[in-house]
Design a protein around this ligand. Structure first.
Ligand code: NDP
Length: 523
């Protein structure tokens, strides 16, 4: 049915013969399947998921035979749903407005079921729709469920799938997989409970816990940089590395999600998942192959080597903050406590930083400083590996500063790698100054990276779990942050708000590094 639709390249532009792009593939997914979005009337489906599906189709990545079913409470017909999704794509897709003939073909494959997750009849209705798709669209019984709902109903949906005979064990043919949105639990106990619920119905290899950070090209490039080059690995250890700083800084506030955020905070929302995943990639041992489990085994080992933080030293190795009003990118913005749906006396942190150690031979005593915050000076995510100083100084006139070498993996919005090293300033004297060598993905390969959701949904359809988080890693990451959460929940906050919107963050975060004789890189 969809064979003669226009086919553009992954960047959304017309196919080119750009030599920088040699070796880049855009291969179509072989297996037909249905993708079922629970929470289809929600914000994430509109802004990210449906535009991602459309762009996968535009890039000729989706299988020839596919169907999409949206499921949520709001009453609407298939036609209303198609209209809404067109509007969403027009507004949010990186490739601009949905166009015919591609859109008409795509729209015919979109169906909608209105129902509550408490009502098993709507799941029977879903089953009927999926069986019809198998027959009419040739989807062969393959199903990718996507939980894009409030996390409180994840367990319920899985139970209802089983009750309606939609679980993998009931299938006569094809496969079932399930993508679970973040957060996976709100603490260690709730994460374990959720895992217990889901694993009653799905096996671990069928569960895809999404962390959209892992779908970003520069995050995947951390492994390429480390394991497809010979020159970094010999110095990637305690002998040469002084410290590692991982930063995930945002300029945005809570963006209409105040109700959710006020119950989460920066430690749960960012550090426990995205930032810890970055830490695992930068610190893990070389995997023996690119196989998903070989990579995930190594990530798990690093997370299990993280030194537990005793509760009584939490205040010495962490800092937290909450923004007050200020100026972000030249515009005045409200403080966190004035944001919609946020408690005016909220003690939720919008900034968190933690110092961790990894107790293994490679990293013993090297501090890993992790930080994340909202309403900071700049949107900026990076991993900076700072090397030790030179052992003996022979160059540089008195007063010249010999900087430590730093390798920075830039995650967003810039995407690339930069290396800071010292060079001689031209002239008769041996003056030394730090200089930067930069690699940028956009100019290096002549493409704009595809949004993470496109990559990740495509991978789940292919059955490639490499970029999804395995349960053991989720559990380990919760274990690492639990003492902090416990201590913070017991300690009364008196100084919130303690940083200005648009600033570098709270002073107590600076003090944490000053106490170690170091300083944060500038955001
Ligand atoms: P929304 O609140 O916008 O949407 C929730 C969806 O779930 C709606 O479609 C709603 O249906 C449906 N729903 C809720 N309860 C029920 C129920 N009992 N029965 C049937 N349907 C129900 O959430 P988001 O789209 O923002 O987020 C979805 C998930 O994605 C969450 O887990 C969130 O943490 C995660 N996420 C979201 C991000 C974002 O930017 N939005 C970013 C990263 C993760 P209806 O409206 O019809 O009642």
């Amino acid at each position: 049915m969809a064979a003669e639709v226009e086919s553009l390249d992954r960047s959304g532009g017309a196919a080119t013969t750009n030599p920088l792009r040699a070796g880049m593939d855009s291969s179509r997914i072989a297996n037909p399947c249905n993708v079922i979005f629970f929470g289809a009337s929600g914000d994430l489906t509109k802004r990210m998921l449906m535009p991602a599906m459309y762009n996968l189709r535009l890039g000729d990545i989706l299988p020839t035979n596919f169907g999409i079913v949206g499921f949520s409470r709001s009453e609407k017909s298939h036609y209303d749903f198609r209209d809404e999704m067109k509007e969403a794509i027009d507004q949010f897709s990186r490739s601009g407005e949905a166009r015919d003939p591609l859109w008409s073909d795509f729209a015919q494959r979109l169906h909608y079921i209105a129902g509550s997750f408490d009502d098993v009849d709507s799941f029977h209705e879903l089953r009927r729709q999926l069986e019809e798709n198998d027959e009419k669209l040739g989807t062969e019984g393959n199903r990718l469920y996507y939980l894009s709902t409030p996390p409180s109903v994840f367990g319920k949906i899985v139970q209802q799938l089983a009750a309606a005979g939609l679980g993998p064990r009931d299938q006569q043919r094809g496969w079932s997989r399930i993508i679970v949105e973040k957060p996976f639990g709100t603490d260690l106990v709730s994460a374990r409970n959720l895992q217990a619920e889901i694993s009653k119905v799905f096996e671990e290899k069928q569960i895809y816990r999404i962390d959209h950070y892992l779908g970003k090209e520069p995050v995947q490039d951390i492994m390429a940089l480390r394991f497809a080059n010979v020159m970094f690995e010999p110095i990637w250890n305690r002998r040469y590395v002084d410290n590692v700083q991982i930063t995930a800084a945002e300029t945005v506030g809570v963006e209409g999600r105040g109700g959710y955020y006020d119950n989460a905070g920066a430690l749960k929302d960012m550090i426990q998942n995205h930032v810890m995943n970055l830490l695992a990639l930068v610190a893990m041992e070389p995997p023996i192959s690119p196989n998903a489990d070989h990579i995930r085994d190594e990530k798990f080992k690093v997370l299990s080597a993280m030194r537990p933080i005793p509760e009584d030293i939490v205040s010495k190795v962490t800092a937290r903050g909450q923004y007050g009003p200020g100026l972000v990118e030249g515009k005045p913005v409200a403080g966190y406590r004035e944001e919609p749906s946020v408690d005016p006396n909220s003690a939720t942190e919008t900034y968190a930083c933690v110092k961790f150690y990894i107790d293994n031979w490679r990293w013993a005593d090297v501090p890993f400083y992790l930080r994340s915050g909202k309403r900071l000076a700049r949107k900026h995510s990076e991993i900076a590996v700072t090397f030790r100083g030179i052992p003996h100084r022979i160059f540089g006139e008195t007063g010249d500063q010999i900087e430590s070498n730093t390798l920075v993996m830039k995650i967003q919005p810039e995407e690339g790698v930069s290396i800071r090293f010292n060079a001689k300033i031209p002239g008769p004297k041996m003056h030394i100054r730090g200089v930067t060598m930069d690699f940028n993905y956009g100019t290096g390969f002549g493409v704009v990276s595809a949004p993470a959701y496109e990559r990740l949904i495509g991978d789940a359809m292919r059955g490639d779990a490499t970029l999804f988080t395995r349960w053991d890693a989720v559990e380990q990451a919760w274990q690492a942050v639990m003492p902090i959460l416990n201590r913070w929940s017991e300690t009364r906050i008196v100084d919130f708000p303690n940083y200005l919107a648009g600033s570098q963050g709270p002073q107590n975060a600076d003090a944490l590094l000053v106490a170690d004789g170091r300083e944060w890189r500038r955001i």
